[in-house]
Design a protein around this ligand. Structure first.
Ligand code: ATP
Length: 434
């Protein structure tokens, strides 16, 4: 009999039930023994009063190594001593898998284990409810994003992840051998989602993998991340894009608070849904804050990890966690961003969350001639972007959009110390396994 239960109920028929799970712990107290069985939803106590249990079954259950996988059938009894309020007195046990010992890492041990060691045995690390909670919340966030985007009439698209050209600069391209021809793993869906703007599919979004050959080992960079991209037509300015992001993120935050309450409680986290619109700082204002704090940055420089942190601390003191940094200089942004005519600034922005960039976006250059001129200025050869440029030649509406790193969003949301904590099997400069 398969039993499906949530956190507080267990299906019981005629006073008996079968529960499946991992043997988390066994305690032998002479006349009585206890086995704690764990599944996705929690634990249940299997109680074995020695005199009332068949000796072979007693022996089988109490000798099982930790983390073995079993199904136990027995009589369900109320029990005030257990967190579930129930215990199971077993009559039958089926062992599906006996765990080897010692375990690579413990599941319930309180000792601090380095992240790298945990990631090496990620399957075991994920048996901890507080680690699984991160990914349950991530799942809820992704569902909420789709709901929010659909309600704004965006359609979900899937763009190629193997491409002939990169979109975000040559330094972070992963080259692959495509039947003898050079190809690249997609750094973002940028070029394709923009091409779609010329088709009449005027609002699109994608949640998919992005690959960047990041050579630096930081807590915020990995080589494979999940990007939530949106792009839409008929905008007047980048403010329209910022308004859309604010709406979507607030929907996600409010939804997480409600649907993820159990997981948030387990992690001891609360979510604040900020007021709309999110504050907008200019790049120049931020540069000044950062310079005043002693960082030797000059106009045009990326604020970088340290600069973003300084701005985050200043905003944090005002109780602000999410804010835009707008009007970046043209040189700090890619070729496809629209530039304010006659100024060095662009219609671009980053969205920062607790002192870390989680998104960048803006209004795109939709005028063919200007776009080609921008490519030349950036030292790019328009011939390398032939397919992309073709979509701009025959009628392209004004448009804009964004890319949000889902991993970084979850990292900052839950105050995790490293983006890798929000990724099941992270990939970085030093990690290709498991
Ligand atoms: P950074 O300056 O932090 O390296 P970026 O400017 O290269 O980021 P964008 O190209 O603007 O990033 O990408 C949009 C978003 O995608 C980022 O705000 C971030 O959330 C996510 N992202 C980009 N690169 C990475 C990465 N290597 N690892 C994790 N997330 C990333």
């Amino acid at each position: 009999m398969a039993i499906l239960r949530d956190s507080s109920t267990i299906a019981v028929a005629d006073g008996t039930a079968t529960v499946h799970g991992w043997v988390q712990d066994t305690r032998n107290l002479g006349g009585i023994s206890f086995v704690t069985l764990r599944d996705r939803y929690g634990t249940i106590q299997i109680t074995l009063p020695k005199k009332k249990i068949e000796p072979a079954l007693f022996e089988q259950l109490t000798k099982l190594p930790r983390e073995s996988v079993v199904a136990v059938t027995g009589e369900v009894k109320e029990s005030k001593q257990t967190s579930l309020g129930l215990e199971l007195i077993p009559t039958f046990c089926q062992v599906f898998s006996t765990a080897a010992s010692p375990l690579p890492i413990g599941v319930i041990d309180k000792v601090n284990v380095e992240m790298d060691t945990r990631l090496n045995s990620r399957f075991m690390d994920l048996r901890k409810p507080e680690i699984r909670a991160i990914f349950e919340l991530r799942d809820i966030a992704v569902a909420l994003i789709s709901e929010a985007m659909r309600s704004e009439h965006f359609i979900n698209v899937a763009t190629p992840k193997i491409a002939a050209t990169g979109a975000e600069g040559g330094a972070t391209l992963f080259k692959v051998d495509y039947f003898g021809k050079p190809a690249f793993l997609a750094q973002s869906p940028q070029l394709y989602k923009q091409m779609l703007m010329s088709t009449g599919l005027d609002r699109v979004y994608e949640i998919g993998p992005a690959f960047r050959a990041e050579h630096s080992n930081t807590v915020r960079h990995v080589t494979e991340f999940t990007s939530f991209d949106g792009e839409f037509c008929w905008i007047d300015r980048e403010e329209d894009v910022m308004t859309m992001i604010g709406k979507v993120i607030n929907y996600v935050l409010a939804g997480l608070k409600e649907r993820g309450a159990k997981q948030l409680a387990l992690l001891g986290k609360d979510i604040r849904v900020p007021e709309l619109p999110y504050p907008v700082l200019t790049y120049s204002e931020c540069l000044k804050m950062v310079q005043d704090a002693g960082l030797p940055l000059k106009e045009g420089d990326d604020l970088g990890t340290d600069g973003e942190k300084i701005v985050g601390e200043i905003m944090g003191k005002k109780g602000i966690e999410l804010y835009f940094i707008a009007e970046y200089p043209e040189e700090a942004k890619p070729f496809y961003i629209m530039v304010k005519d006659g100024t060095p600034y662009s219609y671009s922005f980053d969205l920062d969350f607790k002192g870390q960039e989680i998104s960048s976006g803006g209004q795109r250059e939709h005028r063919y001639d200007v776009l080609v001129a921008r490519m030349h200025k950036k030292g790019l050869d328009p011939a390398d972007f032939e397919d992309y440029l073709a979509a701009f030649k025959y009628g392209m509406p004004p448009h804009g959009g964004w890319g949000i790193g889902i991993d970084r969003f979850i990292e900052k949301l839950l105050d995790l110390p490293n983006v890798r904590e929000a990724i099941l099997f992270p990939r970085d400069l030093n990690r290709l396994r498991p």
